[in-house]
Design a protein around this ligand. Structure first.
Ligand SMILES: *[C@@H]1O[C@H](CO)[C@@H](O)[C@H](O)[C@H]1NC(C)=O
Ligand SMILES: *[C@@H]1O[C@H](CO)[C@@H](O)[C@H](O)[C@H]1NC(C)=O
Ligand SMILES: *[C@@H]1O[C@H](CO)[C@@H](O)[C@H](O)[C@H]1NC(C)=O
Ligand SMILES: *[C@@H]1O[C@H](CO)[C@@H](O)[C@H](O)[C@H]1NC(C)=O
Length: 580
């Protein structure tokens, strides 16, 4: 695409407030920024940028009948605009990540935007705190909830496209959504609610099933706190490695990766197998800082530790996911949501801090703050609730409140893609099979529902493609090869009609080993053919069910209902999906 060498529109400083339906623009400010730089973000595979010049637009708006203040940030490259507009999404309980996601994109030539959705309450609160959930009188702030659920996506698109047109004197040729996690969920909400806003939507690891998924991220802390004693965190990497080892070859090759969604579903691991094993347990100390939250303090404890039945029980529960305590009619407890995916890192959800001031070493559970804040402010709507005292029964009640109170706004019924399918626009998702925050099983279930509704995988692939990435964590990271340029794949699909058949992924390990994979589009899966396990070309994308290729070994994915399972590690496909 040719770049806009000559800017035929309005100078940056003279941009005027756009008008939009259902809201009033309160203020707009715009000024050129030169020589902008942003550091690389490790863990998100984002290189730093430098010497970028753009028109920095900030607009604030208020919805009719609400008292919110929503900020929309738009950055317009001063030179080499690629003719495209890109909206970026949020993460956790935030509607947007601001410069973190905008910097790389503006450097790549996109006119790029982010919004706070009003959740910062005019830049006075951190949205991740969840403090925006409740109004001063303690009731749920429905205007702000609606903003995050989907309304702020459209506001941002309307405002941004308007300033793009003013500044460049032309509409963006193509518009994209780009987000992961909350931002991925927003991508699905954009498709469902505003199917014509974006030509292409990149929605990575979407936080769908929000009302079940977010509470379930708080289940590991509840398990840990209600155990006989809080174990040292070092048991978890031991278990993660054992799970990967146990299930690595289900896909036919020992490469350190559980390579397909089917092997993930078939992965059966008995935590008791590690009981009695003695390990060297290294722990770093953390301490609570009144201003910074948890901080590392200089201390490292190394000791010998023998894994106990109590440790195994903790792991079993975390893998099984939350269940009701009371037996239902058939005598079984009901699964509320999936547990941690086999092979995923336990670290973020089952985090334990060693606190050692020299005389009184103790361990404290460090929950994932977003899950805690969701339960406290959104589900329980009780800022004084003592989360550390939550029992298993309390957890179940809170989970059920999340579903009952928040399901109408946040449930997947609001992610219906019927109109998007008609729009001709494209939706691309990739998802790490070792995602440690959001279970891949929810993604499989949602996608299979879409396939069932819209004529099967091939028909759906015309407009919506899903790629699972073995061994990859949430949004990025993990031991597996990460997708290299998924946005580029989406752009080629939208603009040249080149639908991605596979998604290239790569990783260089700490030892300098380069591993590549061509990720398959669901429901196809990676199967080893022959050659170097580090090479993408050694694998094919197969459509056959694993049970068809090999005898036995796959556990019960074809079995009839396995009769409840209460506390088993719940590996069967039927149990995983039909119990819910
Ligand atoms: C641009 O910024 C860099 C630091 O980010 C600085 O070293 C350099 O001098 C700046 N250049 C100009 C022309 O201001
Ligand atoms: C863009 O403008 C806003 C509002 O004036 C300002 O707060 C922000 O720092 C500016 N961004 C950059 C990168 O200069
Ligand atoms: C937001 O806060 C700023 C700075 O404190 C203030 O000047 C402005 O009036 C506030 N805007 C609204 C809409 O409340
Ligand atoms: C360590 O913590 C304990 C319990 O909070 C306290 O009683 C003790 O005085 C502390 N020791 C030091 C050296 O700060």
């Amino acid at each position: 695409m040719e770049s806009a060498q000559v800017n035929l529109g309005t100078p940056c400083s003279q941009l005027v407030a756009p008008s939009l339906h259902g809201a009033e623009v309160l203020q707009i400010s715009a000024a050129e920024v030169h020589n902008y730089s942003f550091p690389p973000v490790r863990g998100f595979n984002m290189p730093g940028v430098s010497d970028v010049a753009f028109c920095n637009v900030t607009a604030s708006l208020r919805h009719t009948g609400a008292d919110d203040t929503v900020y929309v940030y738009v950055w317009l490259p001063l030179k080499d605009w690629n003719g495209r507009y890109q909206a970026t999404g949020g993460g956790g309980l935030a509607a947007g990540m601001g410069p973190l996601l905008m910097s790389g994109q503006v450097a790549d030539g996109y006119a790029v935007s982010s919004t706070d959705g009003g959740l910062t309450k005019n830049q006075t609160v951190d949205p991740q705190s969840g403090l925006w959930a409740l109004r001063d009188d303690g009731s749920l702030d429905e205007a702000l909830s609606l903003n995050l659920a989907w309304r702020s996506i459209h506001d941002m698109a309307v405002v941004s496209k308007d300033v793009v047109r003013q500044f460049y004197g032309t509409e963006p040729k193509y518009s994209y959504w780009n987000g992961c996690s909350q931002g991925g969920r927003q991508g699905y909400a954009a498709a469902a609610k505003y199917p014509h806003d974006f030509d292409g939507i990149l929605a990575v690891a979407p936080a769908i099933d929000f009302v079940d998924m977010v509470p379930s991220d708080y289940y590991p802390p509840v398990v840990l706190r209600n155990a006989e004693e809080v174990p040292p965190e070092c048991i978890f990497p031991e278990y993660q490695a054992a799970i990967i080892e146990a299930c690595d070859t289900l896909d036919g090759v020992a490469d350190g990766l559980i390579s397909s969604h089917e092997s993930l579903e078939a992965c059966s691991f008995d935590p008791d197998t590690l009981v009695g094993k003695t390990i060297t347990c290294g722990e770093d100390c953390l301490d609570r800082d009144p201003f910074l939250g948890w901080v590392h303090v200089p201390c490292r404890k190394t000791s010998e530790l023998t894994i106990t039945p109590a440790h195994a029980d903790i792991v079993r529960k975390i893998l099984a996911g939350p269940h009701t305590t009371a037996a239902d009619g058939d005598g079984n407890s009901r699964r509320l949501w999936y547990g941690l995916a086999p092979g995923a890192d336990f670290d973020v959800l089952a985090r334990v801090a060693l606190i050692d001031n020299g005389t009184h070493p103790r361990r404290e559970v460090v929950p994932f703050a977003v899950a805690e804040n969701w339960l406290k402010y959104f589900a329980l709507q009780d800022p004084s609730y003592d989360m550390a005292a939550m029992t298993h029964e309390d957890y179940v009640a809170a989970h059920e409140l999340s579903v009952a109170r928040l399901g109408p706004l946040w449930g997947n019924q609001n992610l219906d893609l019927a109109a998007f399918r008609q729009s001709g626009n494209k939706l691309l998702t990739w998802f790490g099979l070792a995602d440690q925050y959001i279970t891949p099983f929810g993604m499989i279930r949602y996608r299979e529902g879409v396939e069932e509704k819209f004529g099967g995988p091939d028909a759906v692939d015309e407009w919506y493609r899903l790629f699972f990435a073995p061994g990859v964590g949430h949004c990025a990271g993990g031991v597996g090869p990460n997708p290299v340029n998924p946005l580029g794949a989406l752009v080629s699909w939208v603009e040249q009609g080149k639908a991605p058949d596979v998604l290239a992924a790569a990783k260089t390990t700490e030892d300098g080993v380069h591993i590549t994979r061509d990720l398959c589009r669901f429901p196809k899966k990676l199967v080893y053919a022959k050659g170097d396990v580090n090479e993408a070309s050694s694998f094919i994308c197969s459509e056959e069910e694993e049970g068809e290729e090999k005898e036995g070994g796959k556990g019960g994915e074809k079995e009839e209902e396995g009769g409840g399972d209460g506390d088993s590690d719940g590996t069967h496909r039927k149990e995983r999906h039909e119990e819910l």
